[in-house]
Design a protein around this ligand. Structure first.
Ligand code: GDP
Length: 440
């Protein structure tokens, strides 16, 4: 749940709004202030992020409060845009919380009724008793725990992924089952979650299974091993064919191609002192050329705007004093077959050494998969996942990385140029998938 407030006020104003929305018993759990938007620090606005709840651990509504400078003549304006009723949602634990709590209670009950035998005592086999025997709650409780597990798994699967096919992994040891649920909560696809816990189960001894920290570590390793991350990103320099490394960025409209190119251009030029040049093929929209031109001017790199395929070919095939050529392509709809053909023709003329498919993590998973399908006509080498700062969970990152089966070269984590971009690193991505770290 999000609430946005635009105010010229301070953190105190933000806290007052929290109380106003969540009532006098609101508890501030965390505050954070950061810059957002803008370019190279200019015209960025300050965002105060307040995480608050009502009472203890009943919910963590996140209130993002961007602070914009007000016109000098106006008093500070406060405009609240609540997406939901903060009070009612804050007081209701989610379905996932309830399920987890039920499962934890059943487990605790089992543990209470069956304390482990003292280490010094010889282990005696338990007498076998009929299932109805009230004096032996262990079997009964164990069965109940299994039933709860099955129920939890099926509810989670129905909530998170609609596939009814696979059997619930109710025989998983408790610690791994918890991790399985965590993966589903992160919206990892069911079959992927099962694959990960199954592989982790093979790695773990019974002794290790009792240690949640070890279980988590092995699970993180399993997730990381399934993500083909780049770890290095684009490396400027002369390619083996003698041309500057030429990299094209393709993808649906609005996913963040131009912004990503600006981030990379600024990093290569300002941090690595590389000779960078930009090309845009997005001549359909004047605003798109203007957008890249503005970035090019600020960063101080040339922008080429070839108007036909011959010009493009001449541009990229001549030797030039340049380390990296970054090529923006038209932000066209992937539904437009004719334009996809034109894109393909442009790429044939430009002969890029690398083509990165840019996808936005804020799109629904079916929309992302649809884009992947459409762009499969185009040769792509890597994927870039953008807008992870706005993603609700990171399971989609894992699902997409597995579906495409291509290197994940970069992720982007905000609108700020040039900072909000990082090379895809499997260990960090795995920690994000498991919900251990955010996109900051
Ligand atoms: P293009 O049409 O694919 O070239 O997309 P643009 O680069 O023009 O970006 C579209 C919008 O997405 C702009 O408002 C960008 O500021 C925004 N954007 C780009 N990258 C990110 C990101 O990592 N996080 C967020 N939140 N917004 C982004």
């Amino acid at each position: 749940m999000k609430l946005k407030m635009f105010t010229a006020g301070s953190l105190a104003d933000a806290l007052a709004l929290v109380r106003q929305q969540l009532g006098p018993h609101a508890v501030i759990l965390h505050t954070r202030t950061y810059k957002r938007g803008g370019f190279l620090g200019f015209r960025a606005h300050t965002v105060v992020e307040v995480t608050a709840g009502v009472g203890q651990r009943v919910g963590h509504p996140r209130l993002k409060l961007p602070i914009a400078a007000p016109p000098a003549s106006n008093p500070p304006a406060v405009q609240a845009l609540p997406a939901n009723s903060a009070n009612s949602l804050a007081q209701q634990p989610s379905a996932g919380d309830l399920i987890r709590r039920t499962y934890a209670l059943a487990k605790a009950e089992l543990a209470r009724n069956n304390p482990p035998p003292p280490a010094a005592l010889p282990v005696q086999p338990l007498p076998v008793a009929p299932a109805s025997d009230q004096r032996l709650p262990h079997d009964q409780l164990a069965q109940e725990v299994q039933a709860v597990k099955r129920m939890v798994a099926s509810v989670m699967r129905r909530q998170c992924s609609p596939s009814p096919t696979a059997a619930p992994p109710a025989d998983l040891p408790g610690s791994l089952f918890d991790e399985y649920l965590r993966l589903l909560q992160q919206e990892v696809a069911e079959e992927l979650a099962e694959e990960v816990v199954r592989k982790a189960r093979q790695e773990l001894s019974n002794h290790q299974l009792a240690d949640p920290a070890i279980v988590r570590r092995i699970l993180r390793q399993q997730v990381a091993s399934l993500i083909a991350a780049d770890d290095q990103g684009i490396v400027p320099g002369t390619a083996p064919d003698g041309r500057p490394r030429t990299v094209a960025f393709v993808g649906p409209t609005g996913v963040g191609k131009t912004t990503t190119i600006a981030k990379l251009a600024a990093q290569f030029k300002l941090k690595q002192q590389k000779r960078v040049e930009l090309i845009t093929l997005d001549t359909y929209r004047i605003s798109a050329v203007d957008q890249l031109k503005t970035y090019a001017d600020i960063i101080g790199v040339p922008l080429h705007v070839p108007t036909n395929l011959q010009q493009l070919h001449d541009l990229v095939s001549k030797p030039r004093p340049c380390d990296i050529l970054l090529m923006d392509t038209a932000g066209r709809s992937q539904r437009d077959d004719k334009r996809l053909d034109q894109l393909q023709a442009s790429l044939q003329a430009a002969q890029p050494h690398e083509v990165h498919l840019v996808l936005s993590s804020t799109c629904s998973q079916p929309a992302i998969f649809d884009a992947i399908e459409r762009f499969s006509r185009i040769r792509t080498d890597s994927i870039i996942l953008t807008k992870l700062d706005e993603a609700v969970s990171f399971g989609v990152l894992f699902n997409v990385a597995r579906k495409v089966n291509k290197r994940l070269s970069y992720i982007t984590t905000g609108q700020e140029v040039p900072h909000d971009i990082e090379v895809g690193r499997a260990d960090r991505l795995a920690a994000m998938v498991l919900g251990e770290v955010g996109a900051e």
